[in-house]
Write a protein that binds this ligand. Structure first.
Ligand code: T3D
Length: 262
């Protein structure tokens, strides 16, 4: 498939998606979000893809909505709800529902929808010069792209509220300290470390990772009883996979397992 605003490359079971509008810090236009969604759907349909890596081209990860695209002086007639529904909601829904691990390599500033795209991914690794800014209120808007769901759950309501109301910049180091992201690495190592991580995930038992993701998704809303039932169901499914048989066999034979993702 030909893409104009993203670059898609595949290697060793990993689909790497690079947001590619560096001159405007990879800010979102509808067409870019559609391409991102298409790429994620293509990954879902391709059994050889077992992990996804999302990153940005140039010095930024993503500066959120392209503000040059938004009409101003609309006399209250503009429907930004429709923009959110078309541009951001489908991408976030897909990332969370996808039965594949999604790694985000945050290579620079992640602002607005860009910050919330990053934290909706499964594992976030950031360069030491990356930062996260909930910049919405600075332009009179409300955090979207799933941010009001994920941020308070990740770092707690009081801090999430302050960050979202004030729009303060959170450095990658502080984000890691707070548990918002997995780890920070030197800028020069981000690309290779993120790809190494994604490849490691792609060689793992893909279905077990998918069921783990489903259980974690459910845990965000379930009570204990329902969550225990969810774990039971996920474990039942995991126990019926080829990779479970292989994992136990390899353990008994004292060798490294070779997982097929089945
Ligand atoms: O439709 C809707 O609006 C609803 C949906 C909303 C979702 C959202 O994401 S709302 C939030 C939108 N994003 C922002 O408010 C962030 C705006 N950008 C910034 O605050 C800063 O650019 C950054 C903090 C991200 C980075 O600052 P800095 O100093 O490193 O870079 P810069 O010089 O500000 O930006 C570099 C260039 O990118 C510059 O263009 P130029 O002067 O070199 O021609 C700048 O205009 C452009 N740019 C940066 N962000 C955006 C952008 N162009 C369009 N849209 C952007 N969001």
């Amino acid at each position: 498939m030909a893409y104009q605003f993203i670059v898609v490359e595949t290697e060793s079971g990993v689909m790497k998606i690079t947001l590619n509008r560096p001159e405007v810090l990879n800010s979102f236009i509808l067409a870019m979000s559609r391409e991102l969604k298409q790429a994620l759907e293509a990954a879902r349909a391709d059994r050889s893809i077992r992990a996804i890596l999302i990153t940005g081209a140039g010095r930024a990860f993503c500066a959120g909505q392209d503000l040059t695209e938004v009409p101003v002086e609309s006399e209250g007639k503009l429907d930004l709800g429709a923009v959110v529904r078309q541009t951001y909601n489908p991408v976030i829904t897909l990332i969370r529902k996808l039965d594949l691990p999604v790694v985000c390599a945050v290579n620079g500033v992640a602002a607005g929808a860009g910050a919330n795209l990053a934290i909706a991914c499964d594992i976030v690794i950031a360069s030491e010069n990356a930062s996260f800014i909930q910049s919405f209120t600075k332009i009179g808007l409300v955090p979207d792209t799933g941010g009001t769901f994920f941020l308070p759950r990740a770092i707690g309501l009081p801090l999430a509220t302050a960050l979202m109301m004030l729009g303060d910049k959170l450095t990658a180091a502080r984000a890691a300290e707070l548990g918002l992201i997995y780890k920070v690495v030197p800028a020069a190592d981000l690309e290779s470390e993120a790809m190494q991580l994604a490849k490691a995930l792609a060689a793992m038992p893909t279905k077990a990772l998918a069921y783990t993701k489903r259980a974690l998704n459910s845990s965000l809303m379930n009570n204990l009883h329902d969550q225990l039932e969810c774990e039971e169901e996920m474990q039942r499914d995991a126990g019926r996979t080829h990779d479970f048989d292989e994992g136990v066999k390899a353990f008994r034979e004292k060798r490294a397992p070779v997982f097929r993702g089945e």
